[in-house]
Ligand binder design. Structure first.
Ligand code: ZN
Ligand code: ZN
Length: 360
């Protein structure tokens, strides 16, 4: 990827800094740094000024930072990073230092206030997250690639899933196939919930042995070039009672309804409302105990949310999940999740996995 994307992002950041009434912006959040500069190290400190961007790192990351982002001034610090930032702030005559209030702990904020006496600290909200909500064409290409890698990994795993394996076996096999398919790893701890454990929406894989007849919820994602995929499939080993087939059919219908509601201009809450209403008609709404979906990108959970708690208007280039679930405590759980790109007329799916419940 050329540096024109990053230059554009820095320009946009500088415009947003002006609107936030700050003349300097500081971050220590890895996703923020990666988005603004391309730096993939897990530790660093970025200071953006109207005159340019400075990345302050320790000796472990100097070579990497200079290679990954030659368009940024990379400074290697010894001792404490705050000395380098403080010097830059004084030299630039900055007065108002914006920091990301959701990503800085109280202790860190107090330390910065003491270390940067030349500026007033200004808590900011979503300065960079707001830029990241709509993905640019490079990001969408990475998200599409992440989806394809995830599909390949799942297809390689599912052919070998059988009774007698533990949930951990299934998660390990899937994560192995993710790496083999080209991912740098999983985007979160793989969820494998079989039988009654499937009724815990976020129960990570355990040592439970999967038995014939179990309904199994598998929620997984890859990390690919920094971008996350997110997909859930529910599968069953062997014949299922008609009640289970019926509940699954209703859930699948509700998930499709949610997808069909997604397009630019639509209220994000209204998509959740439509799916919840549909499940209500089936008598299942009380078993759907979380929001319908969330944004995904450099982080697994981002804006916008598709839930009753928040509302926003969907825009082309956003990537959101649609993941209704039905959880019957003590019995079984089911969830179907797709990640899609919002378009002017609808959506583009990022995963193409089948949604048949019973494995052949
Ligand atoms: Zn998921
Ligand atoms: Zn999700």
């Amino acid at each position: 990827m050329g540096n024109s994307y990053y230059e554009r992002r820095i320009e946009l950041l500088q415009e947003r800094m002006t609107r936030a009434n700050v003349d300097a912006f500081f971050t220590l959040a890895a996703p923020t740094m990666r988005y603004l500069t391309g730096f993939t190290g897990e530790e660093g400190y970025l200071l953006a000024l109207q005159g340019g961007v400075h990345l302050v790192v320790d000796g472990r990351f100097t070579t990497q930072a200079r290679e990954e982002c030659p368009w940024v001034d990379v400074i290697e610090y010894t001792g404490h990073f705050s000395g380098s930032i403080a010097s830059l702030l004084v030299a630039s005559h900055a007065h108002w230092l914006g920091f990301e209030k959701e990503r800085v702990s109280f202790v860190q904020a107090e330390q910065m206030r003491a270390a940067f006496p030349s500026v007033t600290m200004v808590p900011t909200e979503s300065v960079v997250e707001g830029m990241r909500v709509v993905k640019d064409s490079h990001e969408l290409d990475m998200m599409r690639a992440a989806g394809r890698v995830a599909d390949r990994a799942f297809n390689a795993m599912i052919g070998r899933l059988k009774a007698g394996m533990t949930e951990n076996d299934v998660a390990a096999l899937l994560e192995y196939e993710m790496r083999k398919a080209g991912a740098q790893g999983s985007s979160f701890s793989t969820i494998v919930g079989s039988g009654a454990r499937g009724a815990m929406p976020h129960g990570v894989a355990s040592g439970k042995v999967i038995e014939r007849g179990d309904v199994i919820v598998i929620d997984f994602g890859v990390s690919y070039e920094g971008y996350m995929s997110d997909c859930t499939r529910t599968v069953a080993l062997g014949e299922q009672p008609s009640e289970v087939l019926d509940v699954y059919a209703k859930l699948r219908g509700a998930q499709q309804l949610g997808l069909d509601c997604i397009k630019a201009g639509v209220s994000s809450r209204s998509v959740d409302t439509a799916v919840r209403g549909n499940l209500g008609e089936s008598g299942l709404a009380q078993y759907f105990t979380h929001g319908l979906g969330h944004g995904v990108g450099l982080e697994i959970h981002e804006a916008p949310r598709l839930s009753q708690g928040t509302d926003t208007v969907l825009e082309p280039g956003q990537v959101v999940t649609c993941e209704p679930g039905v959880y019957l405590p003590g019995r079984y759980g089911m969830r179907i999740e797709d990640s899609v790109i919002v378009t002017a007329t609808g959506f583009e799916p990022l995963t193409e996995l089948p949604k048949e419940l019973v494995l052949p």
